[in-house]
Write a new protein. Structure first.
Length: 263
């Protein structure tokens, strides 16, 4: 459900629904509680509610901050992995210039197929939450076979051959890391804690009475808006390959790899 929402609605739309909905429900709940229990407006329980609200707010804020920072770091790490994989693929195509034409053509064909498979096949699978090694396995195996069956004839070719093998090994390693990141999501317990904390914290603000209704609505709406926006961040950052803030496959179309997209 979360992947469908991320892939079918913009971040702005999700923000309006999440933040706006949280604020609207919080304000409505506060007004209804104030009408049902007029004594709340007098603030007779403000001392106890204030201490409880401050304690819960601090704990919940630390938890949300930890979750958001972790997810943001995960997104940056994923971007780094993608850039490194594309860079190694580009270096392979450059190093292949030192090999005989027949070997270079076979290696180019394998890497072109790999790059296209990553962008056109594997990326949509990762975006939908179903990453697969099979989408690129054939092309990667072909590249390895080209190098495994080639015997460098000169010292110059040997140097570039060793570098190419190293870059191809790195591509395979980073592909595994990328697919692993595509499968990760926030553990259910942390998801329950993030949502459950909001369900505890926001209603607590209803009990903090203020004589002026406008002031209380402003207070409740501010807390609800902050909580709603934090939950939105958790939601959109949880899947690094889905939604508007997802990692882009652009590095596989740029630099030395751009020629694979102009044929």
């Amino acid at each position: 459900m979360s992947l469908w929402l991320l892939n079918h609605f913009s971040t702005f739309t999700l923000a309006v629904v999440t933040v706006g909905g949280t604020v609207a429900l919080a304000v409505a709940g506060s007004v209804l509680l104030r009408r049902r229990y007029p004594s709340v407006a007098g603030g007779e329980h403000n001392d106890m509610v204030g201490v409880t609200l401050g304690m819960f707010g601090a704990i919940y804020g630390i938890i949300l901050a930890f979750v958001i920072v972790t997810l943001w770091t995960q997104l940056e790490d994923t971007q780094t992995i993608v850039a490194a994989e594309a860079t190694d693929a580009a270096l392979i195509t450059r190093d292949a210039a030192a090999f005989p034409a027949a070997v270079r053509a076979r290696l180019d064909s394998a890497m072109s197929g790999y790059v296209h498979a990553v962008v056109e096949d594997q990326w949509p699978r990762m975006r939908a939450g179903h990453p697969s090694y099979g989408a690129t396995e054939t092309h990667l195996r072909s590249a390895f076979q080209v190098l495994q069956t080639y015997d460098p004839k000169s010292e110059r070719e040997q140097v570039f051959y060793e570098q190419t093998v190293g870059h191809l090994d790195d591509v395979a390693s980073q592909r595994r890391a990328r697919i692993t990141m595509a499968r990760q999501e926030l553990p259910p317990l942390l998801q329950a804690l993030a949502v459950g904390g909001a369900l505890v914290l926001v209603p607590l603000t209803f009990l903090f009475g203020m004589r002026k209704l406008r002031v209380q609505i402003l207070f409740v709406a501010s807390v609800a808006g902050l909580v709603g926006f934090s939950l939105l961040l958790v939601f959109v950052l949880d899947r690094p390959f889905s939604g508007d803030l997802s990692v882009s496959p652009a590095p596989y179309r740029e630099g030395a790899l751009a020629r694979y997209w102009t044929r």
